[in-house]
Design a protein around this ligand. Structure first.
Ligand code: HEC
Length: 137
């Protein structure tokens, strides 16, 4: 499976230097991640990642909650698993599952008018993972 992970040199530089910033910057990244989540994931996984969002009505498989990932994984947020799963790098139990492969579809709701359409930017993706990690029970 093709894995398109676009690292923008400027953005990565900004992100690296931002890593040493304080809690306010962390909060900004989580907020940005929430924005990505709301546009790309909430329809299926629920507004607060509680599972079974409004779009589930049309699906055969109910999208699980994403707030209990840590609890279901012995108290550790499975960042690497989530990352690979979302980017279509893990084989699915059910190949016909409606869960999109975001390395193929990109963040099309965040960038409906082009821009990063069709690509998943490293910064957006890292923010999304930070958000998910922040909302674990
Ligand atoms: C079209 C509906 C849909 C959208 C949009 C969607 N998902 Fe999913 N997702 C599912 C379904 C259905 C499953 C369960 C079936 C499966 O595992 O493939 C799932 C499973 C998952 C799992 C595995 C959870 C577990 O406990 O094993 C993760 C992680 C996940 N999705 C993350 C995301 C993230 C992050 C986004 C947004 C970037 C997203 N999903 C967008 C439908 C969706």
């Amino acid at each position: 499976m093709r894995f398109r992970f676009i690292a923008l040199v400027g953005l990565s530089g900004a992100l690296l230097s931002a890593c040493s910033d304080g809690p306010a910057e962390d909060a900004d990244r989580v907020r940005e991640g929430q924005r990505v989540y709301a546009k790309e994931c909430a329809a299926c996984h629920g507004a607060r990642a509680e599972g079974a969002g409004p779009a589930s009505l049309h699906l055969d498989v109910v999208p699980p909650d994403l707030a209990g990932l840590k609890q279901r994984n012995d108290g550790y947020f499975p960042r690497e698993f989530v990352s690979r799963f979302v980017m279509g790098q893990l084989e699915k139990d059910d190949p016909s599952s409606p869960m999109p492969d975001f390395s193929a579809v990109g963040l099309r709701h965040v960038y409906p008018n082009g821009g990063a359409d069709g690509e998943v930017l490293e910064t957006d993706f890292a923010n999304l993972l930070n958000y998910l990690e922040a909302i674990q029970w």
